[in-house]
Structures are given as C-alpha cells and as structure tokens.
Design a protein around this ligand. Structure first.
Ligand code: DON
Length: 569
C-alpha cells in the first residue's frame, strides 16, 4: 500500500506490474546529440533498446542526413535481457530490373551517383519489423519526435556544414537536394536553422502507418522521380522488400561471446578469422603500440579481407558451405604462415584511391531491462546517391557495394568476387558490423562504426584494446587505429599518430604505409569493472554518449516480445 502510494507520489503510473524498481541503468551513444537525447527519453519512459533504436534511427534521418536515412538500410543486433539474441538485416536489395553488367566501365560513376545507383531501401520496413517484434512503446511515439524536429528545424553545426560544403557541387546537381542543402549551389552555413517540411510530412505519414514507405503517394512519387532520372526502381520493388531475420554469428573468444552479423555482412567471418588468427601471437606481451603488434594485425586483416572479398556476398548465392570460412583448424593453420617480421603483398597490384568518408552511422543502446541494441545504418557514400525523393529524403548508393564491375575496385577500393555480383533481389556484401559482447551472461559491450571496410578494422581493434590490452572503455576507443585490406597494399595509419620509430620498423619489413585523417568512428556502450555502464562517443568526432544514473527507477517491466504481433513471421 505504502509502496503504491510512493509510486503515485513520484508521478509514476500504476501499471499493475510488480517490480517497477527492479530496472537498471540505461545508456545510448549515437553520432548526434538529438538522436542520443531522444533515445534516452524513450528508455526513461520504459522503452526497450529496440524502441530507443527506432526513435534514434528516425531522428538521425533528420539531423544527420549524410548517413541517417529513410532511403537506406542497415543491420540491427538485439540481445534481450533474457539472453535471446537476433540479427535483423534491413539492408537494401538490387531492384528487380538490375542486371549483372548494368554499369559499364564507361559510366563507372553511375554506381555511386544518381538514380541508377539506388538499391531498394529497407530502413522503414526494418524499423517497423523490429518494433512489431520487440518494441513496447507505441510506434507513432517513436517517429513523431523526428517529425517534429524536421518541422521545427535544428541548427546546422560546423561539421555538418563542412560535409554539405565538401559535396556542394554534387548536391546541387539534384534539384531537390540542392534546394534544401545547397541553394544556389552554396552549402547552407553553420548556424542555419534547417527545416525540412517535406521530410516532416513524410515522417508524419510514417508515424501514422509504416506502410507509407511501402506503397502509396510517397512511393509513387519516388518511383516516378527515379524513372525520370534514369533509375530502374518500380512500385513492386517497394511492395516486395522484406527485412530478414538471419542467424547470428557467435564468436567464443577470451571467455566472451561476441554476437556479430552473418552474411551479407562480412563482420562475423572477418572477426572470427582475425581474432582466432591473432590468438597465436603474444599481443598482450608485446603491447598495443609495438611494431610487431601492428604488423601482425595488418597481416591478419589483409588475409581476412582476401577471404571476405573472394567468398562473401548475399548468402542466397553461396554454392559452398560457408561454415568452412570459419573453420578454426583452417584458420589456425593459416595463422602459422603469418609473421610479424614479414609483409605479405597482395596477389594482384592495382592502383586505387579510396576516400575517407565516415558516412554511415552506428549507435549503441542498453535499456533498463538489460537488453541491448547495436545498429549500423547507411546511405553508403556521403549523402548516398545524392538524389532526393520528393518525400524529402535522400536515397542510398548501395549498388556500389556489389562487385559492380568484377575485378574493378569500388569506391572503397574493394575488389570483390563473383559471389557479390549484381542479381535482382540480392543484397550487396557489407562491412557493417554492429556487435554485442556478452560476459558471464550480461551485456559487456555494444559497439560498431562507419567507415566502409575500415569498420571491420575499427571494431576489431577496439575489441583487442579492451579485452587483450585491458584498456579502459574510453582508451579502447580513443587509441590510434590502423587499417589494412588486401588491396590496396598500404597499411593506413591515422595522421600524426604513428611514432617515427614504429613507422621505420614497419618499412623495414617491407610494409608500405599511408596516412589517413581518421579511421572509424565508434559509438559504444561498455560495462566497466564496477558494473556501471559507460557510453562512449569517439573523440575523433562529435557524437554524444549518455548514461542514466544507476538504479534510476523505470515505470514498466518488459513485456514478452513473443506475444507481440510480428510482421516477420
Ligand atoms: O555496407 C557497407 O559496407 C558500406 N555500404 C558501408 C559504407 C560506409 O561505412 C561509408 N562510411 N564511410
């Protein structure tokens, strides 16, 4: 009685549930302040990590238009408080009219810019499917904050302005994109109040009914624009799009369980390859900054990229047993051929310039029930295909993630194989790797990154930093990173962050080096040694991580997700 009175006095609704106090800390880390704050308020309201992720996803579509999206797709990993875990793939698919050779060499740009570069987006069907299965807050309450933000406007920050400025020429080429982000060919300045009325209308429709992004006026106008712009999207493409629940790729390593995505992500295979290859070497003894450590990590990642690029793609096309790619005996025997004193050159030589965009976005969330979401979402390149739907949202250029021209590098310098050839309805191979680390049955870390192939190296290094080198959560994210894929052969390091002595040791073994401004952009939540959550935003950029106070009471207990209506079944 007294307890109930106390609840009312604190302003909580009496939901009839027994243990409203039994809920714990919440945490969210995203690349953008509004998105983190919106996610935290959903969590404070008793939402699950999935509810908060849905709200953050829509907020990022407004405030982080270079990567946040309605016109893209991504991967979500959810681990419920009871330990059940899922991988939801809401990545784009090739339109039904796509063909393997639709991008001739003569028009190489067509796979990155313009309507022909666009894959059928999965963002809204994906969020709707996740919410129907695992959410407990009303759908409209998760979309409406983004709709309001789009209508009210937000101030463009310095960094977003720079992104607009860097791409202003390309943005101005599309009338809708140009009018909004680069009117009269000039990027909107920092401090500008960016209102997106058309996007606000679209979000309002989506808040009322998620199928607004499957059929109806918004999609009809989009398809018409695509047709006029030389694209091949059809109404049926949108009608037929399906998010897919796929097997999780679970890696047992160092007494931990790492939950990673399976194909069409390369995350699971890549991390398994690298973590088990590196077990052979005394990294902890050498230390994280030792040239031997750096060289052997580079050798391991280059070899794993070779496997990724040759074998991976949409699993629908596999004509081999993909379990062979993670066979531990084979991995350990290949590891014997690697040495920190050697540089293994790629088999082919090719000259590639891969740019350093960070244009994908990752966020990490832990709810008050102990559940967690790790979600990476993208338009692929910066501002995607740089074309906008009449509904006020940018479209992806995910078609470039296929081996659009087999044997030729894509925008990230990846030269990929026949399992990643374009086929109607298939998903392109991805590097996006949202992961959740479980220790003793409890979520210990949630992390991921943008960066195309550099996502893989970044996630790997943060795991090594935390669990092999014993760094604090912040140090694990802040420490300098490097990246080596099979082609190009250079080991990329962060400018000014590789000591001269180390660089010369690496050169001595024959390893070519090249600087990059920054590698990866981690948004993470960790549990520290006292059991408290820490939300970490990568100091390389200006995201925001927030945690609630320990033991802050929440009004609701988690409903049983299986009783909720599912549109995946
Ligand atoms: O799925 C992929 O691997 C790419 N579309 C990710 C692109 C990306 O991270 C761009 N950011 N730098």
């Amino acid at each position: 009685m007294l307890f109930a009175a106390a609840l009312l006095a604190f302003g909580f609704q009496n939901t009839g549930l027994e243990e409203p106090w039994a809920l714990g800390q919440t945490a969210a880390s995203t690349a953008e302040r509004h998105a983190t704050e919106i996610a935290m308020s959903v969590l404070a309201d008793g939402g699950t990590a999935v509810d908060a992720a849905v709200a953050a996803h829509f907020a990022l579509a407004v405030t982080y238009p270079n990567a946040g999206n309605l016109g893209g797709g991504g991967f979500l990993i959810y681990r419920k408080s009871n330990g059940e875990a899922f991988f939801l793939d809401f990545r784009e698919v090739a339109p039904a009219n796509a063909t393997q050779d639709m991008y001739g060499l003569a028009q190489a740009k067509a796979s990155t810019q313009g309507w022909l570069a666009v894959g059928v987006p999965g963002a809204v069907p994906g969020m709707a499917a996740a919410h129907a299965r695992w959410g407990n807050r009303p759908w409209s309450s998760l979309v409406t904050p983004a709709a309001e933000l789009a209508a009210r406007g937000f101030r463009v920050g310095e960094r977003l302005h720079k992104r607009f400025a860097r791409y202003e020429k390309a943005l101005a080429q599309d009338p809708l994109t140009g009018a909004l982000f680069a009117p009269a060919g000039k990027a909107i300045p920092a401090g500008f109040l960016l209102k997106q009325t058309q996007l606000a209308r679209t979000l309002k429709s989506v808040a009322a009914d998620a199928t607004a992004m499957r059929r109806g006026a918004i999609i009809e106008a989009l398809v018409e624009n695509s047709r006029k712009g030389g694209g091949i999207l059809t109404l049926e493409d949108f009608e037929n799009y399906q998010p897919v629940l796929r097997p999780l790729h679970t890696i047992s390593w160092h007494g931990l369980e790492i939950l990673a995505p399976s194909a069409p992500s390369s995350g699971g295979v890549f991390l398994t390859q690298c973590l088990h290859t590196l077990e052979r070497f005394p990294l902890a003894l050498w230390g994280w900054a030792d040239p031997r450590t750096i060289q052997i990590i580079g050798e391991a990642t280059a070899a794993a990229f070779g496997i990724r690029n040759r074998w991976l793609g949409d699993p629908a096309g596999f004509d081999f047993d993909s379990a062979d790619l993670i066979d531990l005996e084979a991995i350990r025997s290949r590891a014997k051929r690697l040495s920190p004193k050697r540089y293994t050159p790629p088999q082919k030589q090719i000259s590639i310039t891969a740019d350093e965009s960070t244009e994908t976005t990752h966020f990490s969330i832990v709810d008050g029930y102990g559940g967690a979401v790790s979600l990476t979402t993208t338009l692929n390149g910066n501002f995607g295909a740089k074309v906008m739907a009449p509904g006020g949202f940018l479209m992806n250029n995910e078609m470039d993630d296929f081996a659009a021209q087999p044997g030729a590098p894509n925008q990230f310098g990846l030269v990929q194989g026949r399992y990643n050839a374009i086929r109607p309805g298939r998903r392109p191979l991805s590097s996006m790797s949202p992961v959740i680390v479980v220790r003793d049955g409890q979520v210990d870390a949630v992390l991921g990154s943008p960066g195309g192939p550099r996502i893989l190296s970044s996630v790997l290094q943060v795991l090594l930093n935390r669990y092999v080198f014993g760094m604090s959560p912040f140090a694990a994210v802040a420490a300098p990173r490097m990246h080596r894929q099979d082609l190009p052969p250079e080991l990329r390091y962060e400018e000014g962050r590789l000591r001269g002595g180390v660089a010369s040791k690496l050169r001595q073994v024959g390893q070519p080096l090249k600087p990059l401004r920054a590698i990866g952009y981690i948004s993470a939540v960790f549990r520290d040694y006292s059991g408290e959550l820490q939300a970490i935003a990568d100091p390389r950029f200006d995201g925001l991580g927030m945690v609630s106070a320990t033991g802050e009471p929440k009004p609701r207990a988690q409903p049983d997700g299986s009783k909720l209506k599912s549109n995946l079944d």
